[in-house]
Design a protein around this ligand. Structure first.
Ligand code: NAD
Ligand code: LMR
Length: 330
């Protein structure tokens, strides 16, 4: 098969847990496809540079055929120079005694700097995926600080939530994961998100037939998916890493190479006002990737049950947006 042009992939937080779980799979070609050589940029803060060097040594020792170069940097301008795909994973975690506003402020600063650096130097077709929390609002801050890059190139990760919803539906129905399609995550990557199965296909059945069991839907399915991140933190003592890396790889893979026919995925992207979600908010939608661009799935019927839950998550996004606006980040 003819090789495509190499892609410059920048990963921030490269020395962290998600970075470690993602980098080897990216270098193996699982994200950009088996015929795209990769130039990897590992972007860290000074305290993470030594660990990133160690990861780079292991990447080198893996002798991945597609891996053309590895650079380790702590300067965002150098890190994003010519970048085709940016995975913004590194962010300030919530520490003891830190309020939500403090977290938004610390991350607002990081994503302002990174948005500007992407604006200045990234490749024309750059694709950005924000993983670091609060992911939707961090993506909003980065996008607003990159006015020359089309807003639809900035996305945030809800593919992990999408995959979690598929897994729970598979457990409930007994259908294998690959018989489940058209699940949708709406809103924020937080416990207010709304995993929607009304339009899903589960083997030969409609997701709506499973949604008829409202006790299961309301008391089990929705909270299990929406609070899975917290449940993992409680069990592992650290937030999800390998599954988050997997979701990030799935997201970029489908963005670049397309979503499967007859299915869609979930992506947090700048709202064009679809489904009554205010324009410019970075909200999760059901979406397909067509010719390398995300297209929101249009025309889905949203009943009162779903509307109420979408609106609650969107209200949280509006409040996060208002906070970062009042702090001067957007
Ligand atoms: P981690 O603490 O293991 O690693 C984070 C790394 O980021 C560290 O190495 C740190 O030095 C680096 N970093 C911090 N600020 C940086 C900056 N300005 N530039 C570059 N690097 C920087 O954390 P992790 O487990 O890898 O998680 C990373 C983030 O992903 C967290 O915010 C976590 O909450 C989030 N997360 C999101 C999802 C999702 O689905 N969206 C899922 C899981 C985790
Ligand atoms: C997850 O969904 O696993 C994470 O976003 C949880 C977190 O707070 O890091």
């Amino acid at each position: 098969m003819a090789q495509r042009s190499p892609a410059v992939v920048t990963v921030t937080g490269a020395a962290g847990s998600i970075g470690y779980a993602a980098l080897f799979r990216i270098a193996a070609g699982e994200m950009m496809g088996p015929d795209t050589p990769i130039h990897l940029r590992l972007l860290e803060i000074p305290s993470g540079m030594a660990a990133a060097e160690g990861t780079a040594m292991e990447l080198e020792d893996s002798a991945f055929p597609l891996l053309r170069s590895i650079e380790i940097l702590d300067d965002p301008r150098q890190g994003f120079d010519g970048t085709d795909v940016a995975l913004l994973i590194g962010s300030r975690p919530r520490s003891k005694g830190m309020e939500r506003g403090d977290l938004l402020a610390a991350n607002g600063q990081i994503f302002t700097v990174q948005g500007r650096a992407i604006n200045e130097g990234a490749a024309d077709g750059v694709r950005v995926l924000v993983v670091g929390n609060p992911a939707n609002t961090n993506a909003l801050v980065a996008a607003r600080n990159a006015p020359d890059v089309p807003a639809d190139r900035f996305t945030a990760l809800t593919r992990l939530d999408h995959n979690r919803a598929i897994a729970q539906l598979a457990k409930r129905s007994g259908a294998p994961v690959d018989d489940i399609s058209r699940v949708s995550i709406w809103g924020n990557h937080s416990s207010t998100q709304y995993p929607d199965i009304f339009h899903a296909r589960v083997g030969g059945k409609s997701g709506a037939s499973f949604a008829q069991d409202r006790v299961w839907l309301v008391d089990d399915f929705i909270p299990t998916v929406a609070r899975r991140g917290s449940a993992i933190i409680e069990a592992r003592g650290a937030s999800s890493a390998a599954s988050a890396a997997n979701g990030a790889i799935d997201h970029v893979h489908d963005w670049v190479l397309g979503t499967p026919d007859n299915d869609w995925t979930s992506v947090a992207l700048s709202s064009p006002g679809a489904y009554g979600i205010p324009e410019g908010l970075v909200s999760s939608f059901p979406a397909r990737s067509i010719d390398g661009s995300w297209r929101i799935v249009e025309g889905l019927a949203i009943d009162g049950f779903s509307r109420k839950r979408i609106d609650a998550s969107v209200a949280e996004l509006e409040s996060e947006r208002d906070s970062v606006r009042s702090m001067g980040f957007i």
